[in-house]
Design a binder for this molecule. Structure first.
Ligand code: ADP
Length: 470
């Protein structure tokens, strides 16, 4: 009851809100970052590629120039043309990605795969170029092709880390050629261990270790940057969701506070004027209205306190053997007056066998009261509400059936959500906080049971609470 101090209740309501907001943040926000993350990787990769366009052109021109001066202009021209083809492919793709609006995981995967193809094109060209030069050199020192390969590997490690698949593929190709060149010489000559050909292989291995290490470091740095970004995004979503719940809370609570308060104020104002001093019957009716509304206020505060206890895991249950038939009878008696005001009749079909369950009497009564008052509230005038109990091996089930407005499909989250109602407009016909069923669900779960409903809009709803077999 609202007999505790108002300040205490307000603090409890605030605590309930706080706990609820935090939990919503944790539970309801599923991270949709998979697509976003890949999109960012693709944009970073292709954006970086575009930015390095002239640098790459300089490298290709330098390599082509040196090759034509010292080896073969034919090979130089052929490889230069191939690499320009690969470049055109990659840059066209990068421009398409820049214009891409994003948002779809399918498109993101498509672009990632196309980038992979483009990267295969350019790395195959580089590998063919290096192998041709090494072949022309014959057995011996491969300073120039190996150094070019080292530069290409380092360039990939520093600039291709955004998409690991591309980085690994490129490095794998370079590693194969890196080892192929000195191993081929050793295979042909098979020199003693003191030969510089062996030294060449060992140096290649040393350099390879360095390139791979460098790639791993860049990859790690980029990944931790992405993780931080994801965390920020999650935090932003949590704040947004919390803000929405807060708005819902404020709107529901203010509506539910304002309506009864206005009515109580009105009733007290009328009595204060003394206009009904000689009409005790009329004064009684007005007091009844004020009393009904103060009960409504206290119900709201009780709901908030329950919510707080549930969220804090502080709801305690006193389990005992409860006879559901008796409990339902009490609930029906309690709700009879309310049903009368709605012109609704209540019908109870008692169970054939004794319906004994292990439960907290007061809490299950609270669930039943909520189901019955909802059934009455959402019935049409002159309607009826049927209550029945099923006992069986699967446990005990209680059904509360009404023939009222029904619940539209797809409203489950609103029905069992906190501070949510199927009709949340200001013009809705029935008051309520949207907390009753959320609390009922938690209570049933604590009993190892469940609560569910089946409904047809316009034809009515059946709510069922199920207890596990004892
Ligand atoms: P409240 O009744 O205080 O709004 P509840 O959690 O008890 O909160 O119910 C949540 C919502 O579920 C209600 O606002 C209503 O939209 C819907 N609802 C519950 N029971 C029924 C019913 N028997 N028929 C139609 N709608 C219902």
């Amino acid at each position: 009851m609202a007999s505790g101090s108002d300040i205490g209740s307000a603090r409890a309501a605030r605590m309930a809100l706080g706990l609820w907001l935090r939990r919503v943040g944790r539970q309801t926000l599923r991270f949709e970052g998979g697509a976003l993350r890949l999109e960012k990787q693709i944009r970073d990769y292709s954006g970086g590629g575009l930015a390095l366009f002239w640098k790459r052109q300089g490298i290709y021109a330098g390599a082509a120039f040196l090759t034509s001066c010292y080896y073969s202009w034919q090979i130089s021209v052929m490889c230069y043309l191939f690499i320009q083809f690969a470049e055109t492919f990659e840059n066209t793709l990068a421009l398409r990605i820049r214009a891409w609006k994003g948002g779809s995981l399918r498109e993101a995967r498509y672009y990632r795969n196309m980038l992979l193809v483009s990267s295969i094109l350019s790395s195959v060209t580089i590998c063919v170029f290096i192998s041709l030069v090494a072949r022309m050199e014959g057995v011996g020192n491969h300073f120039m092709p190996l150094f070019f390969l080292f530069s290409a590997g380092l360039f990939a490690a520093i600039n291709n880390h955004q998409i690991p698949q591309i980085l690994f593929l490129r490095l794998a190709m370079y590693v194969v050629i890196f080892l192929y060149i000195p191993i081929k010489d050793l295979w042909v000559v098979w020199p003693p261990l003191s030969s510089v050909l062996w030294l060449q292989l060992f140096t290649c291995l040393f350099v390879l270790y360095f390139v791979v290490e460098c790639a791993i470091i860049y990859l790690g740095l980029y990944r931790s940057g992405l993780d931080q970004l994801d965390e920020l995004r999650r935090e932003r979503d949590r704040v947004q969701a919390a803000y929405e719940v807060k708005s819902q809370f404020v709107s529901v609570v203010s509506h539910e506070l304002r309506t009864p308060l206005t009515s109580i104020n009105g009733a007290l104002g009328l009595l204060r004027t003394g206009a009904y001093a000689n009409d005790p019957e009329k004064a009684r009716t007005i007091l009844e209205v004020a009393h009904k509304n103060s009960m409504r206020l206290s119900a709201l505060i009780n709901d908030l306190l329950d919510l707080q206890k549930l969220e804090a895991g502080q709801m305690s249950y006193a389990f005992e053997q409860v006879d559901l038939a008796g409990l339902i009878g009490d609930s029906l008696e309690g709700i009879a007056g309310f049903a009368e005001t709605y012109g609704v009749t209540l019908h109870f079909t008692p169970p054939k066998a004794e319906a004994l369950v292990s439960a907290d009497h007061a809490r299950i009564q609270q669930v039943m009261d909520n189901l019955l008052s909802n059934a009455v509230k959402f019935s049409h005038r002159g309607g009826r509400v049927d209550v029945s109990v099923d006992t069986g091996l699967g446990g005990v089930a209680v059904h509360v059936r009404d023939y009222g407005t029904g619940i539209p499909e797809g409203s489950r989250e609103k029905v069992f959500g906190k501070f949510t109602q199927v009709d949340s407009s200001d013009r809705r016909a029935h008051g309520g906080t949207g907390l009753g069923l959320a609390i009922a669900q938690e209570i049933m779960q604590a009993h190892g049971g469940s609560i569910d409903y089946a409904s047809r809009p316009g034809e009515g709803t059946t709510f069922t609470i199920q207890f596990p077999p004892s």
